[in-house]
Structure formats: C-alpha cells, structure tokens
Design a protein around this ligand. Structure first.
Ligand SMILES: Cc1cc2nc3c(=O)[nH]c(=O)nc-3n(C[C@H](O)[C@H](O)[C@H](O)COP(=O)(O)OP(=O)(O)OC[C@H]3O[C@@H](n4cnc5c(N)ncnc54)[C@H](O)[C@@H]3O)c2cc1C
Length: 280
C-alpha cells in the first residue's frame, strides 16, 4: 500500500498505478474485499494526508476535509457549525465504524443508506475534486442525479458547505433499536437569509430525494420576521406532502403495498418531526 502525505502525492500515485484504488477508513472498501466483490491491484491509503482531516472557513462556507471521520464530525465543536451533518455522523453505525469511516468514503460509496448524503443534498454542498488536471468543483446534485462523479486518478479533497447559522435537523429510522442502517432518513435545513426550507429524504431511493414543491410551500407559510412558528396541522401537512412527493401514489385504482405505505408514513413522521424541531 502506498501512503502519500499530500493530496497531490495521492493523485500522482493513482496516476502512476491506474488499477490502484484509494482507501480512507476502509470500512466500505474492506467489506467489499472480504465479500470477494473487489480485488484491488493496489491501494493508495489516504490516512496520512493531514490537509483533508480537518476543516477551515472560507467565504461564509466551511471547507471540510474528505478525511474527516464520523467520530470527529460528531463532536460538539463541529455540531455547532453544521448540526445536521454532526447528527448524521453520530448516527452512522457503531463506534468502531464512526472512528474509521470518513465523509469522503461515505460520499464515494454513495449507498442509499449513506447518512451524510441527504444532509449534503439539503445543504446544497459542493465537492472539491483533486485530479491530474488540478482542482474542480462538482455540486453534490451531480451525484444525486446519478452522474459519474470521479474521473481516473481523481479524489474528493474537500466538501464545501454553506454556513447557514440557523437550525438544521437530521433524523433517521432504522427499524430496530441501537445503531443500524437507515430505512428512511430526513434532513431539514433552514436558510433564513433566503427565506428557504430545504429538505432531503435518504435511504428510500438510490440517491436522496428533494421534495422541492413541499419545500417552497412550507417556506411560504413561515413568518420569517417573527417567531417562525407553525401550527401542528401545517407540520403534519408538510410531512405528508414530503412523503407523497417521494413515494407517489401508483396510477389508477392501485393501492400502495403495505410495506411501502408503512415507509411513506415513516417518511411523513420524520419530515414532520424534523421541521418541528428546526422551527422550535
Ligand atoms: C458495520 C457497518 C455499519 C455501517 N453503518 C453505517 C451507517 O449507519 N450509516 C452510514 O452512512 N454508513 C454506514 N456504514 C458505511 C461506512 O462506514 C461509511 O460509508 C463510511 O463513511 C465509509 O468511509 P471510509 O473512509 O471507511 O471509506 P473506504 O471504505 O475507505 O472507501 C469507500 C469508497 O470510497 C473511496 N474513497 C474513500 N475516500 C475517498 C476520497 N477522498 N476520494 C475518492 N474516493 C474515496 C474508496 O476508494 C472506496 O471506493 C457502515 C459500515 C459498516 C461496515
């Protein structure tokens, strides 16, 4: 395994060994190796690259290193900065996974159950990609649209997240007690400067879903200059709007199967609660 000390060295190592794959915490990659799904010809370890292990401030944004672990993002100083991403990090698997697993790995694996993904979608974050041609920025929405994210020898270096200085909430249902993969998750982010509510639903589709009409509707009901309170009926209606947008009724007389109906109710409850907490 090659262990570069900088992003530039890592890109050079991957360019020199096109069949090698990058590895950060290894929680996803080694699981795939152990299951025989992947046999990398070489590994480029990202664990010694200090420049991607922390974060810095830049023009009203936080530039998060792709090597930030879930455990690090779950700590109070990070939670004060980006509360929903901290909540997602705290919910991402058992402690040994959170200690090793990274933000970059979560994004590149792009599992439907990846807890950071709905939060990054709601935050409208951008990925800063390092490659042989230099740096480029890719909106997270590209990933959500299922487009190919990384070219040969490219790495996610950082994730640029706007600092909104307003409440944001991530909630996850797992269908069991204790840590587990999401059966559904919801991120709700308030953006008072733009008088906006942004919401993303995770785990129920290959990529997080944004119920844009429900976002616009609920934002129009909020009194942004006063207490931002909403009646319980409006919160319930928002939850149902979000759930119906993400899990629409089948055409004609057909009924949703009971398991899908249950999932829709779960999404509705998560969205209602998440918005209620954000506004309280
Ligand atoms: C038991 C268990 C429970 C889990 N529970 C959860 C959970 O509840 N929620 C959740 O979201 N996830 C969960 N996971 C998944 C996993 O821990 C996360 O996806 C983790 O964030 C992956 O990060 P990593 O650093 O370990 O990635 P790695 O395994 O090192 O890499 C994953 C992929 O990303 C690529 N990669 C990594 N970093 C970069 C980079 N900077 N640039 C380009 N490519 C990169 C690798 O080449 C590989 O393809 C769980 C995993 C296990 C094994």
């Amino acid at each position: 395994m090659t262990l570069p000390a900088t992003l530039g060295e890592a890109v050079a190592a991957l360019s020199a060994m096109p069949a090698a794959v990058p590895v950060a915490g290894g929680t996803d990659l080694m699981a795939a190796v152990n299951k025989g799904q992947l046999r990398p010809a070489g590994l480029v370890g990202l664990g010694r690259i200090n420049e991607i292990r922390g974060w810095q401030y830049q023009d009203g944004h936080a530039l998060l290193g792709a090597g930030l672990t879930h455990a690090r993002m779950g700590r109070p100083d990070f939670a004060a900065l980006i509360p929903a991403l901290a909540a997602a990090a705290r919910a991402a698997g058992p402690p040994q996974i959170r200690n090793a697993g990274t933000l970059g790995g979560n994004i590149v694996t792009a599992a439907p159950t990846g807890d950071s993904l709905p939060v990054l979608a709601a935050l409208e974050a951008d990925l800063v990609v390092a490659g042989p041609g230099g740096m480029r920025e890719v909106p997270v929405t590209h990933l959500l649209a299922g487009r190919e994210l990384l070219g040969p020898a490219e790495l996610i270096g950082h994730v640029r997240v706007p600092l909104l200085h307003a409440p944001q909430v991530f909630l996850k249902a797992t269908g069991r007690t204790g840590p587990g993969r999401a059966t559904a998750s919801v991120a709700v982010v308030l953006d008072p400067a733009r008088r906006g509510v942004r919401c993303a639903v995770g785990a129920i589709a290959p990529m997080p879903l944004r119920p844009l009409e429900a976002e616009r509707w609920i934002a129009s009901l909020i009194d942004w200059d006063a207490d931002r309170g909403l009646a319980p009926e409006a919160l319930t209606a928002f939850g149902e709007y979000v759930a119906a947008a993400c899990i629409p009724d089948p055409p004609g007389e057909e009924q949703l199967p009971p398991a899908v109906l249950h999932l829709r109710r779960t999404v509705a409850a998560l969205a209602r609660r998440a918005l209620g907490r954000a506004l309280s």
